[in-house]
Design a protein around this ligand. Structure first.
Ligand code: AMP
Ligand code: MG
Length: 422
């Protein structure tokens, strides 16, 4: 079955652009996301934060040889008596990086350190706490099991096996794992190109003086930060005035240069008609009122080949809608898989929260340990959608779902840590 167009998808029976639940908007967008294909080879360190475009296949067994998991002696399991001590003769040593050269015969043992190659003839390591040395005569306590404390070659990862799957975002652990295989270069997807601009006649750039009714363009900075953190290639087109000709030029330029176009402002009632008409001609865009607070107006669609996200203008709404809709979409386009929503978990709400059922609220919260040792959360002061300080002071979102009404102190609410999202 071929994928629906945006217009077809927005004709579904239960599609209501004026009351769009958060989950439904997310699922709607998800239908249209085709991951990038272009890839590049980069040195391992440069892969940090990028998405693997191919499985990393192990060229070797890990560990590469049978080695000891303990400091002790390598012995032949068959030599160990079931009852009473066993005394064996130490004939050499095997240290990590300095293996024992010979073979071990009956009645003999080899001193071995963690990571040391288990010598030929032996199959068991007795930890040093279970042994007593008297010169080269080593007495082992009873109760040892043949094969114990030995790590087999290929036990962690067999040669030819998938060490890291395509789609994984490379973190420090992956850098180390790739290096541990002796691999110096990996294939990653090329960065996603994202163009963005702010719209509004009231906006001034930092560095200029404000006239009456004017404000500084802060969305330009938060959007820049959010995109950089995701590893996107950022194309900042600045502020565009609410003027049809200028907006049309900006949209054209952005869509031609980037995989994704993001704007802030201009999608709220009153302003939307203007942008709606324009984007109706240039592409296929749907305008929603999401059943959420903050962040009610949101536009999504295509302008030419580029994906388009029209975020609301209010600074907190910009961040909330970015994290709830755009982040996952961009990760999917970047080739990441699986893309999971950032986990939420319950915490005790320390104060009363006012909330009307029927929409999802994303309050900005501070999660901390209560005196009882349990995690508790409280909102950061005033929650207006223009108050960026509420976001700056927060370490989590308090997510109050559609069905939730007022929250009483001591009851459980869902929280989502910003660390890991941002
Ligand atoms: P709009 O969605 O364009 O109606 O804007 C909603 C509110 O957000 C208005 O108070 C705007 O002044 C404000 N706003 C819009 N864009 C920005 C921006 N880039 N930086 C800071 N505030 C903005
Ligand atoms: Mg505006």
């Amino acid at each position: 079955m071929s994928k629906p167009t945006i217009a077809q998808a927005s004709c579904a029976d239960d599609y209501d652009p004026n009351s769009m639940p958060v989950a439904k908007a997310r699922a709607f967008i998800h239908q249209f996301l085709e991951p990038l294909e272009a890839r590049v080879r980069v040195p391992v360190r440069s892969a940090l934060g990028r998405v693997l475009a191919e499985d990393v296949i192990s060229p070797v067994d890990v560990p590469s040889h049978r080695n000891s998991a303990m400091d002790g002696w390598a012995v032949r399991g068959a030599d160990l008596a079931n009852a009473g001590e066993t005394v064996l003769e130490e004939i050499g040593a095997s240290f990590a990086g300095r293996p024992f050269a010979g073979a071990v015969g009956a009645g003999q043992c080899v001193r071995i350190m963690t990571g040391g190659v288990v010598p030929e003839g032996t199959d068991t390591v007795v930890m040093q706490e279970r042994a007593r040395a008297d010169g080269k005569r080593i007495a082992f306590a009873p109760g040892q099991a043949t094969g114990q404390n030995v790590r087999e070659a290929g036990e962690d990862l067999a040669r030819g096996g998938v060490a890291i799957a395509k789609g994984r975002i490379v973190r420090p652990a992956e850098l180390g794992l790739i290096a541990s295989l002796g691999i110096g270069e990996v294939s990653v997807f090329r960065p996603l190109r994202v163009a963005f601009f702010s719209t509004g006649d009231e906006l001034k750039s930092v560095g200029s003086t404000l006239g009456e009714g004017e404000i500084y363009d802060s969305n330009r900075y938060t959007i820049h930060g959010m995109l950089e953190r995701l590893g996107c290639e950022v194309l900042d087109l600045g502020v565009v005035r609410d003027d049809p000709a200028l907006l049309e030029t900006a949209f054209r330029e952005a869509a031609a240069a980037a995989d994704v176009v993001i704007t802030s402002g201009g999608v709220s009632v009153g302003e939307a008609d203007f942008v709606k008409g324009l984007l109706g001609q240039m592409g296929e865009v749907v305008f929603w009122k999401i059943a959420m607070k903050p962040g009610r107006p949101l536009a999504y669609g295509r302008i030419g080949k580029a994906h388009f996200f029209g975020l609301p203008g209010n600074p907190v709404s910009v961040m909330v809608t970015f994290y709830q809709f755009v982040r996952e979409a961009l990760l999917t386009l970047m080739g990441a898989s699986p893309v999971e929503p950032v986990p939420t978990f319950p915490a005790t709400c320390a104060v009363r929260l006012k909330k009307a059922p029927g929409r999802t609220e994303f309050q900005r919260g501070v999660l901390s340990r209560g005196t009882d040792g349990q995690w508790q959360v409280r909102p950061t002061g005033e929650q207006g959608s223009g108050i960026l300080k509420s976001m700056s002071e927060a370490n989590c979102f308090i997510i109050l779902g559609d069905a939730v009404g007022n929250v009483e102190p001591g009851s459980q609410v869902e929280v989502q840590l910003l660390e890991g999202v941002v």
